[in-house]
Design a protein. Structure first.
Length: 103
């Protein structure tokens, strides 16, 4: 494979975070019409931690995907609509960790 530029693919504009230029506001529109929110969780140290947090948050009604990263403490949640932060906090607490808030 060569290092040529592909012109047949859509090209993003704006910032590196989104085509509209918004960046790191804690909640952004997901491509499929949902909402993506990034939370900071304290205490995750490994893959098991990531799995525990992801499992509990995934059980919240309307959540379509969860990606937890122990190395950064960030959890990206995609849902059909904005989530009640108290519900996210309760899920993270149930997993044994602390929700710091939106990143």
């Amino acid at each position: 494979m060569t290092a040529e530029t592909r012109t047949d693919l859509p090209q993003a504009t704006g910032s590196c975070c989104s085509p509209t230029g918004s960046c790191h506001d804690g909640a952004a529109e997901a491509p499929a019409g949902g909402v993506t929110t990034v939370y900071e969780v304290k205490g995750m140290t490994c893959g098991h931690c990531e799995g525990a947090v992801s499992e509990e948050i995934s059980a919240i009604a309307g959540v379509t995907s969860v990606a937890a990263v122990a190395a950064t403490g960030l959890v990206t949640v995609t849902s059909e609509a904005d989530l009640d932060e108290a519900a996210v906090r309760a899920a993270v607490d149930e997993a044994g960790y602390e929700l710091v808030g939106r990143a």
